[in-house]
Design a binder for this molecule. Structure first.
Ligand code: IPE
Ligand code: IPE
Ligand code: MG
Ligand code: MG
Ligand code: MG
Length: 289
């Protein structure tokens, strides 16, 4: 994990425009948002899936970077006063506080564009058609039928009580879609998997993506600001419906464990039973931050 976290840090550092390049303030803010923080779970999933599909690591680098750039953009916007209104992210002041709101908006816009540049400007597979498909897959995962749509549902649900099925729909979109895409994109960088193995991997991505947000809800309620590097207790304060408000802490923890079991079962048909993805599933569900 440490090797790959280091690898993605170097990759992102090389892909982001230099801080001195005009417009310097925007570029400095983009680098502030992306570098030096975060668990890099989505890139780790892409590398894990890429390894199973026999992909060269240097090809997975760009898929991994693209999903992390989209993720970082989503965090910058999620923290804005018009959304969750947060002051702390990855242990640092949020981008709109360190810089300003307009810059934070543009950081998100620019990181999103950079993600699509990164995933399209160099070959990541020998099949040109497949790379176009990958660009479409990323677009779907972060658009109104994916992350951004999930965020819209989240804002609309604030102050309301959701049924568990509605909660699942929201979480699968706002967080699950990009996690699932991270796995699918990594897998598409190689050729070693059959269609049925690819489908099993996608199943894994779907379950672990939902589990990721269930655990995020649990940590918000049970952990501390110092451990999380973001404000704890924010969901209750903002009146957000979460798995904790719907099922209680123990119920939410139990559900996350069930999702992990489902995800792990999906890996059974894959080479080395899913290899590092098994460990990542454990990390996602057992993490403390
Ligand atoms: C937090 O994501 C926001 C969600 C989508 C749940 P992460 O927990 O992956 O945040 P970082 O990247 O490690 O900071
Ligand atoms: C964020 O969900 C999902 C995103 C698409 C960014 P949260 O609002 O729960 O994420 P945190 O807890 O602020 O990291
Ligand atoms: Mg939010
Ligand atoms: Mg938030
Ligand atoms: Mg949260």
């Amino acid at each position: 994990m440490l090797d790959r976290q280091d690898r993605i840090e170097r990759t992102l550092n090389g892909l982001l425009p230099a801080a001195e390049l005009a417009p310097a303030r925007l570029h400095a803010a983009m680098r502030y948002a992306v570098l030096g923080g975060g668990k890099r779970v989505r890139p780790l999933l892409a590398y894990g899936a890429g390894e199973l599909s026999g992909a060269e690591e240097r090809r997975v680098d760009r898929a991994a970077a693209a999903v992390e750039l989209i993720h970082a953009y989503s965090l910058v916007h999620d923290d804005l006063p018009c959304m969750d209104d947060d002051v702390l992210r990855r242990g640092k002041p949020t981008v709109h506080l360190e810089f300003d709101e307009a810059t934070a908006l543009l950081v998100g816009d620019s990181l999103q564009s950079l993600a699509f540049q990164v995933i399209s400007e160099q070959p990541m597979t020998d099949a040109a058609g497949r790379q176009v498909e990958m660009v479409g897959l990323l677009a779907h995962a972060c658009g109104s039928r994916g992350m951004a749509g999930g965020q819209a549902i989240d804002l609309d649900a604030t102050g309301k009580t959701l049924a568990v099925t509605e909660l699942e729909f929201m979480h699968v979109h706002k967080t699950g879609a990009l996690v699932r895409a991270s796995v699918a994109l990594g897998a598409r960088c190689g050729d070693a998997l059959s269609q049925s193995q690819f489908n099993a991997l996608d199943h894994f991505g779907k379950f672990i993506g939902l589990a990721f947000q269930v655990v995020d809800d649990v940590l918000d309620a049970q952990s501390s600001t110092a451990t999380l590097g973001k404000t704890a207790g924010k969901d209750a304060k903002n009146n957000k419906p979460t798995y904790v408000s719907a099922l209680g802490l123990d119920g939410a923890r139990k559900f996350a464990a069930e999702l992990r079991d489902d995800a792990l079962r999906a890996l059974d048909t894959l080479p080395r039973n899913g290899g590092r993805l098994r460990q990542l599933a454990d990390f996602i569900v057992l993490r403390r931050f």
